[in-house]
Design a protein around this ligand. Structure first.
Ligand SMILES: *[C@@H]1O[C@H](CO)[C@@H](O)[C@H](O)[C@H]1NC(C)=O
Ligand SMILES: *[C@@H]1O[C@H](CO)[C@@H](O)[C@H](O)[C@H]1NC(C)=O
Length: 210
């Protein structure tokens, strides 16, 4: 803005301000000075608004944590025959909670429930915990899944014959994202998966989650 002020109104040296200027010129000079001052204030407000906007879009934005089932390891597995179908397994599941917020995500106790053919066959406990800001928390959960007396219409006999049993799992993690120690936002995230147990190898393959 300074360059728009005509040179005759611009005090180039301190000595010039002592020089008597006509009343009109002095008034005009004060007016220009006021405009210049307002322009600085306006520029500062715009700058502050941009800073606040960027801050609220990055640091203060609450992102939903990502809850994942990484792997399932079978520790023990017993399977009945195709005539008298049953299974009983003990396994370990590794789950992760990825928190991309600029603040911690604290979650409550939760469970992962496992089902076969729509019927619940087991449960695993997830202890309450905390995923720190911009990091991933890994947890190992121990679980049991067993089906001793499947209903007569169950496919378990033929699945045992085929050597593959498909389980589904469901879990929901509920908690709070803490931003700047004061700002809290509730967030919950679902984890639904299916996995195929290879009965011969005693391992779990094809973990698919949505
Ligand atoms: C969470 O689970 C632990 C262990 O099972 C239990 O001791 C604790 O009371 C539970 N906390 C809540 C808030 O339910
Ligand atoms: C996960 O499963 C539950 C119940 O089984 C369902 O209510 C929920 O909508 C599912 N979530 C997703 C993301 O598919």
């Amino acid at each position: 803005m300074a360059e728009k002020i005509p040179p005759q109104f611009y005090p180039l040296e301190p000595s010039r301000s002592d020089v008597e200027t006509p009343m009109e010129q002095s008034k005009e000079f004060r007016r220009k000075k006021r405009i210049k001052c307002l322009a600085y204030v306006a520029a500062f407000v715009v700058f502050q608004t941009i800073v606040i906007l960027i801050f609220s879009l990055t640091v203060m934005r609450v992102r939903t944590p990502k809850f994942r089932l990484r792997s399932v390891t079978i520790e023990d597995l017993t399977v009945g025959s195709s005539n008298s179908p049953s299974f009983n397994m003990r396994f370990n599941a590794q789950v992760t909670v990825k928190n991309m917020n600029f603040g911690s995500f604290k979650f409550d106790n939760s469970t992962i429930t496992f089902a076969y053919g729509g019927a619940s066959v087991g449960e695993a406990a997830i202890m309450k915990g905390k995923a720190r800001f911009l990091s991933t928390k890994k947890m190992n959960v121990a679980a049991n899944a067993a089906l001793e007396n499947p209903p007569s219409n169950s496919n378990l006999g033929s699945d045992i014959n085929a050597g593959m049993v498909t389980l589904s799992s469901h879990s929901r993690l509920s908690g709070k994202v803490n931003l700047m120690m004061v700002f809290k936002k509730k967030k919950s995230v679902d984890l639904n998966c299916t996995m195929t147990v290879n009965l011969a190898n005693k391992d779990v393959q094809d973990i698919n989650c949505d």
